[in-house]
Every structure is written in C-alpha cells, then in structure tokens.
Unconditional design. Structure first.
Length: 351
C-alpha cells in the first residue's frame, strides 16, 4: 500500500472495513469484518488460492489461483460492492500465479508465475495478459513494487535471490543474491529499501532500492516467510513459520524490537497440509496484513485455521478470527462487509 493511499484510507475509514482471507484447502475467499467475528460470506475461487490484492478504490479483489498438485492458471476477480465473483481470468500458458500487486491505475495487476519464471501484467477489466517480464530465476514467488510504480522486486525461492525489473522498459535491472529461500518481500513506503525474508537461511536482507545492493543482513527467527512494512515506514513485521511468532524490527535502526508469539498449536491433521509436519506443533504464521492506520495487523496461522489480531502499539495479541482450512493470503478493503447471515439461514449460509 502506498503512503498516499494509506493516508487517504486512514482519513476516510468507515466504522467497519472488510478483511478478505483466502482459505487454501477450501478454495474460498472468506469475507470478514475487520473488527473480527466469523465469516460474513464465502466466495468460491480456483483451487489453492494463495494471495489476493485489492484495487485502490477498494471495490475489487483479485485472487491468484495457484493450484494444488496441478498448477493453476487463473485469477478470480471478486466484486466487493455486490459480493459476487465478477469473472475468472484465464492466464493461458502462464501457470502457478502467486504474488500479486494492484497497480495505481486501478485496472492492472502484476502477478508472479512460478512455472514460467515470469512476472505478468494483467488487465483485470479486459481479462487478459497484456505483458510479460522474464525473471530468469527459480520459483519466482512474491513481488513488491516501488511507490512510483517504476520498479518491481521479485523474490525467487529457488535461486535465493531478488530480481529487480524496470516495469516501463521491461528490462531486468539486477539479480540480487540475498539468501537461501528468498520469499517474503516488501518495499518501504519511501521507496528507498526492499526487505526480504530468506526462509531457509533465517535471515533478512535489506536492499538499497536505487543502487540494487544488499546493505544489511539481519538474523531472524526460524523460517521467516513474509515481510510487511507499517504505513509509517518505522517497523517491519516478519512472520516466522517454524518458531510460530512475528518478529518486529525497527526499520531505521535495522534492529529487532519484539517477538510476538502466536500462542497457538497446529490443529489435528496438519500433517496433510502444505508444510506437513515440517514445523511440528507450530501454527505456521504466514500471511500478514497491516491496517491502513498502522494500529493493527492480522496474521494468518495456516496450520491453526485462525487469524491472529495484533495491536501494533502494545505489540501483543488482542484477538482471533476463525477461518476456513489453511488461511494464508489476506487483503483489506475500506468498504463495509456484508451483514452477518441470519441465524435461520443454517450452517451453510453465505456459501
């Protein structure tokens, strides 16, 4: 989220916004009030939905249908004004879409496609791929974009690197080695730094976004898998899948200031999930979404089927949200959520 958008949203927030949570095993997008509570509605997606992005006006969400055993090749578009699936976009040859960012024009998204070692630009309204950018790296997974929209940074798990791409010229600017399992990635609101979580190395890399060089390597807790920067640019939040916590770093000082334990355990049957028994009883925190005002964050605990709510001022857990199976990617919209289903609607209401 850009600083300008965050400021606009913060100044115009309704009493209740919407939190979209993707449930990977259920192939659904659960629609929640950002204040908590059970899902107001569940909308169908393609198989294995992993990441989601909301348009600048908050009215549209685009879901990456990553797939399961067979790689996915679609995006599911959700209309957040009518609470319906608007359309499904066929990506053709491009498979395993994962990381996604909405562009400032409100019409296009850019999406990583692992199988193709590519980043693509998709016209959401026209439902078509309009440009492709090669990453020339293995398992191009997550993407972050500078506030001016000029550069994209793609984290490549298999190559342990970040590909910097000029989105206007379509050229690779640099292949930046960071660390084994580079995955989580975020650009600071001022556009000066890129923070990367190297999940297999248990480190964070801080990249100079102009000079495209690693300026610092920071030790982290185990399996740092996602990184988010608060809207004021002061803190970096890192979800650590194995140690089951969120590490909080001071961005300016590049030092840890807190670790917030999720205080949860994996649900029964987690050995059948994406990470299996790799992390034991850890709830496997992955996706992070930060509120526009920077006061709260939501953390998806993939193996506990819960989203944990964090107070970023007190740096503590303040709530839980029950989700579907394997929650992961999340996004926030300033639009108010649909009303709760009536008690007489039955257990499948809203599905």
């Amino acid at each position: 989220m850009t600083p300008v958008l965050a400021l606009v949203l913060a100044l115009s927030l309704p009493a209740e916004g919407t939190l979209i949570v993707l449930d990977k095993s259920d192939a659904t997008a659960s629609i929640h009030s950002d204040a908590g509570g059970p899902a107001r509605l569940k909308l169908p997606t393609g198989r294995g939905p992993h990441e989601v992005a909301v348009s600048p006006d908050g009215r549209t969400a685009v879901v990456c249908d990553y797939g399961e055993q067979q790689g996915g090749s679609t995006l599911t578009v959700l209309d957040l004004a009518t609470w319906q699936v608007a359309r499904t976009i066929d990506l053709g040859e491009y498979r395993r879409p994962h990381g996604i960012v909405y562009q400032a024009d409100g019409r296009h998204v850019i999406v990583t496609c692992e199988t193709n070692q590519a980043l693509i630009r998709v016209d959401v309204e026209g439902a078509k791929v309009v440009r492709a950018f090669a990453t020339e790296a293995q398992a191009s997974h997550m993407v972050a974009v500078t506030p001016d929209g000029a550069r994209a940074f793609v984290a490549n798990i298999g190559s342990g690197s970040v590909t910097a791409i000029d989105l206007r010229e379509g050229a690779i600017l640099a292949q930046i080695e960071t660390g084994a399992g580079a995955e989580g990635i975020a650009v600071t609101p001022d556009g000066r730094e890129v923070w990367v979580g190297n999940r297999a190395a248990d480190t964070l890399s801080v990249i100079d976004a102009e000079w495209l060089e690693v300026r610092a390597t920071l030790e982290c807790a185990t399996f740092p898998i996602r990184v988010e920067i608060t809207p004021d640019g002061k803190r970096a939040l890192v979800s650590n899948a194995e140690s089951g916590d969120v590490a909080v770093f001071d961005v300016a000082e590049r030092k840890p200031v807190a670790r917030i334990a999720m205080a949860l355990e994996a649900v029964e049957g987690s050995e059948q999930r994406l990470f299996g028994e790799q992390f034991g009883a850890s709830p496997v925190p992955v996706g992070i979404e930060v509120a526009a005002d920077g006061r709260r964050a939501w953390v998806a605990n993939t193996n506990a089927d819960l989203v944990t709510v964090l107070d970023l001022e007190a740096l503590r857990v303040v709530g839980r949200i029950q989700t579907g199976r394997q929650p992961d990617g999340m996004a926030w919209s300033p639009l108010a959520p649909p009303p709760p289903p009536k008690a007489t609607d039955g257990p499948d209401a809203g599905r």
